[in-house]
Design a protein around this ligand. Structure first.
Ligand code: DGJ
Length: 532
């Protein structure tokens, strides 16, 4: 049996676990919870209640290497054992030099040695600053130009991966690893040290310039224009113009992360990911500059070939737009963090059905269903005029969706990369799914009633038969065949899957066919007959 790896199915990248396709219906734990195996007992219980099949959880540099060269993997071992007992999987998050563009989790021996492990100078000559453009937040981070930090970080990560191989190679509990967390620098678009200035004024490596110039078709603004209009060679400013500072940071940060990931893969080559603090249209430095935001994804692709997937942390209301941006150019949709408001369950169904996602994982799921904290209110866009963004996700509904998706997983994975698996969500304008000459239209808003959040996933299993996972929508099947424009519903049943087999509950061929409207989460079998 192979260790977990990425494969391609119908042109779609999928995660293989024990040589079978696997969709991570996951949750990411709060930063501190996985530092205690005891504390995690309650967290696993909650994950179980939510029907999750895997958890994303931090392993921090300071925890595993408290003294230089002395490693302690007792917590890692404990977490792996817990997951195995419950038949769950783990994605570890390596909190090394970066955690939210800062160095919170670097060990004390790194933090205290400012000469060897240099800080990023976001103001010349300063190891620390207040971010004027970011509520005056106190800020420090390790320098992405410091070879000693990169080497030490890579060594620690490689030792962790070697340990995971030793204890887990046969069991495949750990299935992916995220390298660092929300990389980038804040305050300015690049570091301001003398070394940074010197490198910035030097010629850009020509192979990188050539790569960027020949990949503009996938680029987005303003990077595309900057790359197209810059010089064919020269300094960073000459080649990349107004985008030079951010591209410079992305080049060195992605290169740093690649060194760490490659050192880990040499010991144990699990699929490796990075996550991203989104730019939200702001200036670099207001979000972490150099992190894998959509506009510098091409830089990351070039500089970090050891990274398999780039994933967005999505708390913003324009969820669908971000999913579109991160499921292009061969990057599968892998959402390591997202909100726990009442779209959480619907979005899980949508990302699997529409984007054929590899991972969907609400952050801080431990409190799902509970009233929001002030931080969550702020993160989830409480000022937006959509009450669903301010309503906690219902736990039973979330479990229904995750369990249904899990029961259907072999079928869904077989359909990944094909148009037999589709989904629509009320957050997007799209409301039609076409399967050849048969279509399924959805109506979220009932005539005269207020707008309601909803989702509908449809999977076609034969010419006339579908399974639908739906909530908050009215479903209207139709035919586009002029020879057979009319439709009968031959079968409408609710039910569930067990060991890959459909287990019907009720036959719904009467009033329920006349108005196929679903206020509650429902899994249905639908068979149609088209005629003239
Ligand atoms: C994004 C980070 O990646 C997480 O570790 C956590 O800090 C969340 N933000 C908090 O909202």
């Amino acid at each position: 049996m192979s260790i977990p790896y990425l494969a391609e199915r119908n042109g779609q990248k999928i995660l293989m676990v024990e040589d079978k396709p696997f969709i991570m219906l996951a949750g990411e734990v709060h930063n501190s919870n996985s530092s205690s195996v005891k504390y995690m007992e309650g967290v696993w219980e909650k994950a179980q209640k939510l029907g999750m099949n895997s958890l994303l959880m931090p392993v921090t540099w300071e925890m595993v290497e408290p003294e230089e060269g002395k490693f302690d993997f007792s917590v890692v071992d404990g977490l792996i054992l817990q997951a195995r007992m419950l038949g769950k999987h783990i994605g570890f998050l390596w909190f090394g030099a970066w955690k939210n563009a800062q160095c919170y989790y670097a060990p004390a021996w790194v933090k205290k040695n400012l000469t060897t492990f240099r800080r990023a100078e976001m103001k010349k000559g300063e190891n620390y600053c207040n971010l004027e453009k970011f509520y005056g937040m106190p800020y420090t981070s390790l320098s992405y130009l410091c070879e000693a930090t990169k080497t030490a970080d890579a060594k620690a990560f490689a030792t962790l991966m070697e340990h995971i191989r030793e204890i887990d190679e046969k069991d495949n509990t750990v299935i992916v690893v995220q390298v660092e967390n929300e990389t980038g620098v804040m305050g300015e678009a690049r570091e301001q040290s003398d070394l940074a200035d010197e490198l910035f004024a030097s010629p850009v490596p020509q192979d990188f310039v050539d790569y960027m110039k020949s990949h503009t078709e996938t680029m987005v603004e303003p990077i595309k224009t900057a790359v197209q209009s810059g010089a064919a060679s020269g300094s960073w400013a000459e080649v990349f113009g107004t985008a030079a500072d951010e591209i410079f940071s992305a080049y060195y940060i992605a290169g740093y992360v690649n060194t760490v990931a490659a050192a880990g893969k040499e010991k144990y080559p699990l699929p490796m990911t990075v996550n991203c603090w989104l730019d939200k249209g702001a200036e670099p430095g207001i979000y972490p500059s150099g992190g894998p935001v959509r506009k510098v994804m091409e830089v990351w692709k070039y500089c970090a070939p050891a990274i398999d997937v780039m994933g967005p942390d999505i708390y913003v209301p324009n969820f669908c737009e971000i999913c579109d941006a991160y499921s292009q150019n061969g990057n599968p949709l892998f959402i390591p963090e997202c909100a726990t408001h009442s779209y959480a369950g619907l979005r899980q169904v949508y990302t699997v059905g529409h984007h054929h996602a590899m991972c969907y994982s609400p952050f801080g799921f431990e409190e799902m269903g509970e009233p929001f904290s002030a931080q969550q209110m702020y993160l989830f866009g409480a000022d937006v005029d959509d009450p669903a963004l301010q309503t906690p996700q219902n736990v039973d509904e979330y479990r229904f969706f995750s369990e249904s998706l899990q029961e259907m997983m072999p079928l869904l994975c077989e359909k990944y990369g094909t148009s037999d698996l589709q989904a629509v969500i009320s957050e997007s304008e799209e409301n039609k799914m076409m399967f050849g000459e048969l279509g399924i239209m959805t109506m979220g808003q009932m005539p005269g009633a207020p707008k309601r959040p909803g989702v509908c996933m449809a999977v076609k299993v034969s010419e006339d038969t579908f399974y639908l996972l739906v909530k908050g929508m009215m479903v209207i099947p139709f035919s586009t065949n002029p020879e057979k424009p009319h439709l009968d519903v031959l079968v409408l049943e609710d039910g569930h899957f067990e060991n890959g087999e459909w287990k019907p509950c009720r036959r719904l061929n009467g009033d329920e066919v006349a108005s196929m409207n679903y206020n509650e989460p429902t899994l249905l079998k639908l068979q149609l007959f088209a005629y003239k």
